[in-house]
Design a protein around this ligand. Structure first.
Ligand code: NDP
Length: 448
């Protein structure tokens, strides 16, 4: 029998290092990235020269102050998404058994919320385009390009607002935890950083992590991708094929996410990572700013690819997104049917692994060792990173900055593969070793 599943995170020293870096480097980085994309032609050298000439004061000068308009946009968007999460109908879905033996219940209305959000957003634009301003005033409408025009202020407001939100999570974790999947590790900083509650809720039904990760973070990715496209259209009177490829691939990726949102509730982010600064600040700030950055760059760089190249990149990107989806689907179908399914046309090969929950109960899980999961233990990260490359490459190679997301994602997923391996080793013990003996590579078959 494997040892009791514990909350495996990095060591205290690494947590302090990671937290200090995140707190001190990430907020300025978000602002510098936005400034470089929007005001410095996407050129790191240009921004660097500016900072060399103007020093710290120059940096303070480019940091936009959060304006009333920025707070209004964020508040309306957050309230709209929260209302959709609460009110739209959806199937009742049970999440995986938690380390404390609970089974959280969700309402699967992500696809409906995604559709309503995009249709509403595009309708707002249509109202502006068609000149129906009385109707526009009725809705209190703005042109979506306003979001792009106030992007710096919005990111700035998100940076500070999300920090305050994480303090709220910390206090709630101490005073009013929603379930027994919560608790302090005795260190205030680690509690704040990695989080205290696994499934924090407001009331019985409003799941905070579904809101931060899915309905705010992932949704903003789609909304901003559309915004960048609209901005380029309004600026140039047309949308370049590079922007089209980028937007289509990002939208297909986010659509896939919402299509499979209930599956996401079984992944590390939701089932293992607690609601703290690391995951919540990341979803509220880093996803809207960094994940969308290739599109942000393309607004002012309407690269013309030509039909053939554009189609080639589009098809390659779609294939990667499909493979990534199929990896997740294969694992979840395998678990859902208790191994009674076909994997690549054959009965799956598997390991029956037992473990103990924190309450001492013995449970078993099945580990799939064929199909995508027989190629390497985290093969799904390969198409994930490749897809990100394909929606960035329409920017061609004039500047490095659009590729920052691909580089960041590679580091994030290699670290995540290690974190997940460590966690599974401590959860499944000898069974995980058996899996590692059978499937030797961690991410890239034959290499790593
Ligand atoms: P998953 O949660 O989907 O998979 C890891 C978990 O699956 C393990 O913790 C383990 O959980 C279980 N597991 C591991 N091996 C097996 C196996 N052989 N058979 C059955 N179950 C197994 O991983 P992620 O959350 O990392 O990824 C989910 C999706 O999200 C992927 O598509 C990924 O690419 C994407 N992603 C995207 C990111 C981005 O920033 N763009 C970041 C992270 C992920 P258990 O305890 O249940 O056994």
């Amino acid at each position: 029998m494997a040892s009791t599943e514990s909350k495996t995170v990095h060591s205290a020293a690494l947590t302090y290092f990671s937290m200090i870096s995140l707190l001190t480097l990430c907020p300025p980085f978000v602002i510098l990235l936005w400034y470089t994309m929007v005001h410095a032609d996407g050129s790191i050298i240009q921004t660097f020269d500016y900072l060399r000439q103007h020093g710290l004061q120059g940096f303070v000068d480019i940091w936009p102050r959060p304006t009333v308009m920025a707070w209004k946009i964020i508040a309306c968007y957050a309230a709209f998404e929260a209302a959709l999460q609460l009110l739209l109908p959806g199937k009742r879905v049970e999440g995986p058994i938690s380390p404390a033996g609970n089974r959280p219940v969700y309402k699967a209305n992500g696809m409906a919320a995604y559709t309503v959000t995009l249709v509403t957003y595009l309708s707002l634009w249509w109202v502006v385009l068609s000149g129906s301003f009385p109707l526009g005033c009725l809705f209190g409408i703005f042109n979506p390009t306003i979001v792009y025009d106030h992007l710096g202020e919005i990111f700035s407001a998100l940076i500070f607002g999300s920090l305050i939100f994480c303090v709220f999570l910390y206090i709630k974790g101490h005073l009013a935890p929603s379930s027994s999947d919560s608790g302090s590790c005795g260190n205030m900083i680690i509690d704040f950083y990695w989080g205290m509650e696994l499934y924090p809720r407001i009331g019985k039904n409003f799941d905070i992590k579904v809101f931060t990760n899915c309905r705010f973070g992932m949704m903003s990715w789609a909304v901003l991708a559309v915004t960048y496209c609209i901005k380029q259209y309004e600026q140039n009177g047309r949308v370049a094929d590079s922007m089209l490829v980028n937007t289509i691939l990002m939208l297909v990726y986010v659509t896939k996410f919402f299509w499979w949102e209930a599956g996401y509730w079984n992944t590390m982010d939701i089932a293992h990572d607690r609601a703290g600064f690391y995951i919540c600040w990341g979803c509220l700030v880093w996803v809207p700013s960094i994940y969308t950055s290739p599109g942000m760059y393309l607004v002012n760089h309407p690269v013309h690819l030509g039909t053939q190249l554009a189609l080639f990149i589009l098809v390659a990107g779609l294939l990667c997104i499909y493979i990534n989806y199929d990896c997740d689907r294969q694992r979840q179908e395998f678990r859902r049917t208790n191994g009674k399914c076909l994997v690549w046309g054959k009965a799956p090969s598997k390991i029956v692994a037992s473990y103990q929950t924190t309450s001492g109960e013995t449970k078993t899980s099945l580990l799939l060792t064929s199909g995508w999961w027989g190629l390497s233990r985290h093969f799904h990260y390969v198409p994930e990173i490749s897809a990100a490359f394909f929606w960035t490459v329409p920017a061609l190679f004039n500047h490095f900055l659009p590729y920052f997301y691909v580089v960041f994602l590679t580091v994030l997923l290699l670290d995540r593969a290690k974190r997940d391996d460590d966690r599974c080793r401590s959860k499944y013990g000898k069974y995980w070793k058996l899996y590692c003996d059978k499937v030797r590579y961690r991410v890239v078959p034959g290499i790593y």
